[in-house]
Design a protein around this ligand. Structure first.
Ligand code: FE2
Length: 397
């Protein structure tokens, strides 16, 4: 596929939000050379999924993942096209939106992509200023600033496009006391039993072959983020497939967004499999932190959540290396949790299987110990071999 092509052969992207990856960014520069002032983002505000059945998805998030259902909007609140459920666990907010009309943009999105992430929202002090700055730097609007004022205070949001049909929404809520956002009503329901998920650690996007640098430059020149680390295809390769990745980060470290692109290998890269099924660039996984990964994963397994399997040989190799960790290695092995030691500290991580019909989006659960700041580079080999076993079972390797 040509490096400047954003579409899969024969794929039609329709609707007004379709061709965002064709956007020419005026500051298309080499990595590391853009030096714009950082557009200050406090952190991730929420993640919004567009799904085929938001009511049922909310049940999965409650019963399987331990989120509380805290807010709702839909027909009863005057929304004629879309229904949304707000899910909360500790500091993590997820919105699940479904269509109640074929005219809804949710219906078109789900038709095209299946269930997937539509919005990665950033919390900001001033959404109008963030939007104006981003657009002045070449970002395309996905929604002009909207200012809501009522007895709950003031709420401002505005959106710009990023890769595929995905958008970033700037959310300004420091003067707002209502339920999640204007238009939402609170839900009085017995609280779900949490599994110990705390906050969004990082959000990973998959882009087309040859587009990683373009989108890394977009985050540099629009947001003033920097390339925290770069993994080339020699770092991330297995017998069959390869990928490369750039980790974009803001100065405070509250936003970490790796961007993957497929690399040529003997067989189809896992990134290419995602692109083939999502039919666009998009969000591959969201990593959520926990303070006790063994307890969290044990509880999730108990509730029927499925994870990628790690072979016993992975743990035997760790025992041989005599790796020093606080946890009991056998307990980690029992849960299939991966370990990666760094210069400073180590991290524990695990990946769910895809959580919808298409082999696209999945969750990561992560615990950073003693200041670990990486992404599990030492686990890439084991992880990607595990993914390839699943890919092979789907007939896609
Ligand atoms: Fe990750």
């Amino acid at each position: 596929m040509r490096a400047d092509s954003c579409l899969m052969p024969g794929v039609r992207l329709s609707g007004s939000t379709g061709l965002t990856v064709m956007v020419k960014n005026k500051a298309e520069v080499e990595p590391g050379t853009s030096a714009v002032e950082e557009l200050v983002v406090d952190g991730f505000d929420h993640v919004e999924f567009y799904v085929g059945n938001a009511l049922q998805a909310s049940y999965y998030f409650q019963k399987g993942l331990g989120f509380d259902l805290v807010g709702y909007r839909g027909l009863e609140t005057g929304d004629r096209n879309k229904v949304s459920y707000v899910m909360k666990q500790d500091h993590t907010f997820v919105v699940l939106s479904g269509a109640v009309s074929s005219r809804s943009d949710v219906a078109e999105h789900v038709h095209q992509h299946g269930d997937g992430v539509k919005t990665i929202a950033f919390r900001v002090k001033d959404a109008r200023q963030a939007f104006d700055t981003a657009v002045a730097r070449g970002a395309k609007s996905a929604g002009e600033p909207q200012v809501y004022q009522d007895e709950d205070g003031e709420f401002v949001s505005a959106s710009i496009k990023t890769y595929g049909d995905t958008v970033h929404t700037f959310v300004e809520r420091h003067n707002f006391k209502g339920v999640f956002a204007p238009g939402f009503t609170g839900i009085k329901k017995a609280a779900a039993k949490p599994v110990g998920l705390v906050s969004v650690d990082h959000v990973v996007g998959n882009v087309e072959l040859g587009r990683m640098d373009y989108w890394a430059n977009f985050y540099q020149s629009t947001f003033g983020f920097y390339v925290d680390r770069y993994f080339d295809k020699e770092d991330i390769t297995t017998q069959y497939s390869a990928l490369q990745s750039k980790v974009m980060k803001n100065k405070s470290g509250s936003v970490k967004m790796p961007i993957n692109e497929p690399a040529e290998g003997l067989r189809r890269s896992q990134i290419q499999e995602y692109l083939d099924y999502y039919l666009a660039e998009g969000i591959q996984h969201v990593a959520i932190t926990t303070r006790d990964i063994i307890a969290t994963v044990a509880e999730m397994r108990q509730r029927g959540i499925e994870f990628l399997n790690v072979p016993r040989s992975y743990y035997d190799a760790l025992i041989e290396r005599n790796i020093q960790i606080d946890e009991n290695l056998e307990e980690l092995a029992q849960q299939g949790i991966l370990i990666d030691s760094e210069d400073k500290g180590y991290l524990l991580q695990i990946f769910t299987k895809p959580i919808q019909d298409r082999p696209t989006f999945f969750f990561e659960v992560i615990q950073r110990k003693h200041g670990a700041s990486g992404f599990g580079q030492g686990n890439f080999q084991a992880l990607f071999e595990a993914i390839e076993r699943e890919q092979a079972m789907r007939g896609n390797l």
